[in-house]
Design a protein around this ligand. Structure first.
Ligand SMILES: Nc1ncnc2c1ncn2[C@@H]1O[C@H](COP(=O)(O)OP(=O)(O)OP(=O)(O)O)[C@@H](O)[C@H]1O
Length: 294
C-alpha cells in the first residue's frame, strides 16, 4: 500500500510565491511507495476546506506548507485524529516549526516527513477554537489587527504595526481567573502560550513546552512609557522576567472576562480572532495532535 501524503501550500505566506516542485518531492517520496497530492490555498481559511477534503480522501499525513496561520488551519482539522501533521515552514515567523526544530530548508523539512518520527503535542482552544502556538488579548492582538490590514507579510511590517499600535493602544479592564488565582487589571500583555517561540526566535514564555500539559501565561499590566521602553529592551535580551510588574503562571485552563463588556481583540496563532462574547475561556488538551519531528 502506498502512503498517502497531501501537501497544503499557502502561496502567500512569508515572502510569498511559495511553490512545491513535484520533481523535488519525487526525489524524497518515490512514486512506487507514495501517493502525493499538492493543493494550493486560494483565499484565507481555504486550508481548512482543503484539509477536510484530504481527510475524506484518506490522507495519512497532511503537510501544512506555510506559517503558523496555515498550520492552525490544517491542525484544527487533524487534531484528535490519527492523521499526522507534517510542517514545511514557509511563513514569516514560523514560531511552532522553530519550537519543534523543523528547519526552513526544504530538503531537510521533506526528510523529516519521510522519516516519520512522530510525536504527540499539546493543543489548546480559545472559546472552542483551536490554537497550537499562542494567543493573546493585549498589545500583540492589536499589532496583529493592524498588521492584517497590510499586504506584505514581513518582519518589517510587524515593526511598522508595532509602532502604529504603540500610538493608539488602549484596552479596558479584564479579570483573569485560573486555579484559585484571580486578578483585575488593564493589560498591556495577557499572552497565553503553548510554544516557547512566537516566531523570529523571539519568546515571551521561554519555559513553555509543547508536551508539559500546561499553558504558560504572562501578564503585564499597562506600563508608563519609560517602563515600556525598559520592558522592550529586557524582552529583546530575554530578561523581561526581571521586571516586577511581569507575572508568569502555568495553567491548564483560564478565564478572561472583559469588565467593560467590550468584545476583546484576540490574536490566535498570529491571526486575528473575533470571539462571540466578552467572556473568554482557554483550555489545554494534552498530547492530542500527532506531528512529524526531527
Ligand atoms: N491565497 C490566499 N490569499 C490570501 N490569504 C491567504 C491565501 N492562502 C492562505 N491565506 C491566509 O494567509 C494567512 C497567513 O498565513 P500564515 O500565517 O501561514 O503566513 P505568515 O503570516 O506569513 O506566517 P507566520 O504566521 O508564521 O508569521 C492565513 O491566515 C491564511 O488563511
Amino acid at each position: 500500500m502506498k502512503t498517502k501524503i497531501h501537501f497544503i501550500v499557502n502561496p502567500i505566506s512569508g515572502k510569498g510565491k511559495n511553490e512545491l516542485c513535484p520533481t523535488l518531492l519525487a526525489t524524497y517520496f518515490p512514486e512506487a511507495d507514495y501517493d502525493l497530492v499538492i493543493k494550493k490555498t486560494e483565499f484565507a481559511n481555504h486550508a481548512t476546506q482543503l484539509t477536510n477534503s484530504s481527510m475524506e480522501e484518506e490522507a495519512e499525513i497532511i503537510v501544512a506548507c506555510g506559517g503558523d496561520g496555515t498550520i492552525n488551519e490544517v491542525a484544527s482539522c487533524v487534531v484528535n485524529t490519527s492523521i499526522v501533521l507534517g510542517i514545511l515552514p514557509m511563513g514569516s515567523g514560523n514560531g511552532l516549526a522553530s519550537n519543534l526544530k523543523i528547519p526552513k530548508n526544504r530538503g531537510k523539512g521533506l526528510s523529516i516527513i519521510r522519516n516519520r518520527n512522530i510525536t504527540s503535542i499539546d493543543t489548546a482552544t480559545i472559546n472552542g477554537s483551536p490554537f497550537f502556538s499562542n494567543t493573546g488579548v493585549g498589545f500583540d492582538a492589536h499589532v496583529i489587527s493592524d498588521y492584517e490590514e497590510k499586504a506584505r507579510r514581513r518582519l518589517f511590517s510587524y515593526v511598522q504595526s508595532t509602532f502604529r499600535t504603540l500610538k493608539k493602544f488602549n484596552t479596558g479592564p479584564v479579570e483573569v481567573s485560573c486555579d484559585g488565582f484571580r486578578e483585575t487589571f488593564s493589560p498591556f500583555l495577557l499572552f497565553v502560550s503553548n510554544s516557547n517561540e512566537m516566531g523570529y526566535k523571539m519568546s515571551l514564555t521561554p519555559k513553555a513546552s509543547l508536551q508539559d500539559g500546561l499553558l504558560d501565561l504572562i501578564i503585564v499590566p499597562k506600563l508608563s512609557r519609560l517602563k515600556l521602553i525598559y520592558f522592550t529592551i529586557l524582552f529583546l535580551f530575554k530578561k523581561h522576567h526581571w521586571m516586577k510588574e511581569v507575572k508568569f503562571k502555568q495553567v491548564n485552563k483560564l478565564k478572561i472576562k472583559s469588565l467593560d463588556d467590550t468584545v476583546l481583540k484576540i490574536q490566535k496563532d498570529g491571526g486575528l480572532f473575533v470571539p462571540d462574547s466578552p467572556d473568554i475561556e482557554i483550555v489545554l488538551y494534552p498530547e492530542n495532535l500527532k506531528v512529524c519531528v526531527p
